[in-house]
Design a protein around this ligand. Structure first.
Ligand code: GTP
Ligand code: MG
Length: 273
């Protein structure tokens, strides 16, 4: 065969990608990568200093993928070191610890930091995101449940996996899905092929459920000021009912959120003349 033709075919089959890991310090980013690449777990915490770099090769269908992994330090102290590594990533592994709510709440600020560092030409649609709800082996200390994590991820068109770097649960499934989605994206001209609508609910519904779960009282839940009138309470209730009615909304947790809204309205109306 003509060597140029052969070379072109080989080039089409091999692919080089860059992925990064993000999330608060100590959530298990390095351990997830170590579990996948070295099939082992280290219980002692060794904080990543700035950034760790590694290369691995994976096979997706007929393509060999060379993956450059940049494992970021989660500690705020290393911001200056990691900020230049965001650019040109095709994949992001977002990690939180299911036993630490602040690490879950921090996911939004990790996305914000990434957007800011990528600058104005940032195109988040050309990046595959996978969310790891990590340390699921520590069941007793779990505070962020699956539906909450899945909702946050899937409402943004991100993949969601429950993982444990300690037991290995979910790790190879997560990486397989991640690399396969990155390959699909590259073959799809750089556009992420998982549209938001495919999950069957909107980001507004997902964000509303999250807000309801985290609300501090019934006023807050309905999104009205304390002391609001019956009309204001009813108006806010109707808006939420349309958005979250179980016949209309398939987002995980919508049924509980709907019930909570009904109860909040009932208790508020009891006390308003
Ligand atoms: P930084 O590098 O500081 O950003 O932290 P990191 O996110 O890379 O955390 P690392 O992987 O170093 O893990 C932090 C601690 O959590 C270590 O003591 C790990 O042994 C432990 N750990 C990581 N994953 C798991 C897990 O799935 N289950 C349990 N039980 N412990 C874990
Ligand atoms: Mg680390």
């Amino acid at each position: 065969m003509d060597t140029n033709v052969q070379k072109r075919r080989e080039n089409k089959k091999s692919l080089r990608v860059k992925v990064i890991s993000l999330g608060n310090a100590e959530v298990g980013k390095s351990c997830i990568i170590k579990r996948y690449c070295e099939k082992r777990f280290v219980p002692k915490y060794l904080a990543t200093i700035g950034i760790d770099y590694g290369v691995t090769k994976v096979q997706v269908r007929d393509r060999e993928i060379k993956v450059n992994i940049f494992d970021m330090a989660g500690h705020p102290f290393f911001y200056e070191v990691r900020n230049e590594f965001y650019k040109d990533s095709q994949g992001v592994i977002l990690v939180y610890d299911v036993g630490l709510r602040e690490s879950f709440d921090a996911l939004d600020s990790w996305l914000a930091e990434m957007k800011q560092e990528m600058g104005s030409q940032a195109n988040m649609e050309s990046i595959v995101f996978v969310v790891c709800a990590n340390k699921v082996d520590l069941t007793k200390r779990r505070v962020v449940d699956e539906s909450e994590g899945r909702l946050w991820a899937e409402s943004r068109g991100f993949h969601y996996f429950e993982t444990s770097a300690q037991s290995g649960e979910g790790i190879s499934e997560m990486f397989q899905a991640f690399f396969s989605a990155i390959t699909d994206m590259c073959e799809n001209g750089g556009k992420r092929p998982t549209p938001e609508v495919s999950v069957g609910f909107t980001k507004e519904q997902a964000d509303t459920i999250r807000r309801i779960r985290n609300s501090k009282d019934s006023w807050d839940m309905l999104g009205v000021k304390p002391g609001a009138t019956r009309e204001e309470v009813n108006k806010a209730y109707r808006k939420l009912a349309v958005l979250l009615h179980p016949d209309k909304c398939v987002a995980p947790g919508s049924e509980d959120a709907f019930k909570a809204v009904v109860n909040a309205r009932t208790s508020l109306l009891k006390n308003i003349k």
